[in-house]
Design a protein. Structure first.
Length: 157
């Protein structure tokens, strides 16, 4: 299978390789997903730069934390999700910038067929970012904007 791996922490676009890797096999409690689409998120870029809080790359490092795919294989003692089922995939270790990823069986989220891959691929990280912005950034903006007696924008123009 093809996968993108990083050899080192990088600043510009250096250190990334497209590699041929063995097809990963799911272990106990895991499933393998054939990745259909995986976005590039700020969290991915922070990770490959060594700036992601709580997770440091181990080189060569897989990357890609979210995506959409089809369940391909089940590990031992796994009943669900069903092979062939389309799922949103959050991969806390990274690895969705690949043809296949292995994740804990409880992590994939079954999704309806009528939702586009591009939307499903962004189901986990983008909503969390929006929630954080609404909870932490918006109140500050509203408080500061409402307390400013001089408008800085002419909204009627």
């Amino acid at each position: 299978m093809k996968a993108i791996r990083f050899r080192s922490v990088w600043g510009a676009c250096k250190g990334a390789d497209g590699q041929q890797c063995p097809l990963p096999e799911p272990g106990k409690g895991e499933v393998r997903v054939r990745i259909l689409a995986s976005p590039i998120n700020p969290s991915d870029l922070l990770f490959v730069r060594g700036l992601e809080q709580g997770t440091q790359p181990q080189f060569p490092s897989p990357v890609g934390f979210e995506g959409v795919g089809m369940v391909d294989a089940l590990g031992p003692q796994v009943q669900r999700p069903i092979p062939g089922q389309r799922v949103a995939v959050f991969n806390e270790k990274g690895g969705n910038w690949a043809d296949y990823a292995v994740v804990p069986a409880q992590d994939p989220l079954a999704v309806p067929d009528d939702l586009p891959d591009e939307q499903v691929a962004c189901f986990t990280i983008n909503p969390a970012t929006a929630i954080l912005m609404l909870r932490h950034v918006l109140p500050s903006l509203l408080a500061n904007g409402c307390s400013n007696p001089q408008p800085t924008q002419n909204w009627d123009a």
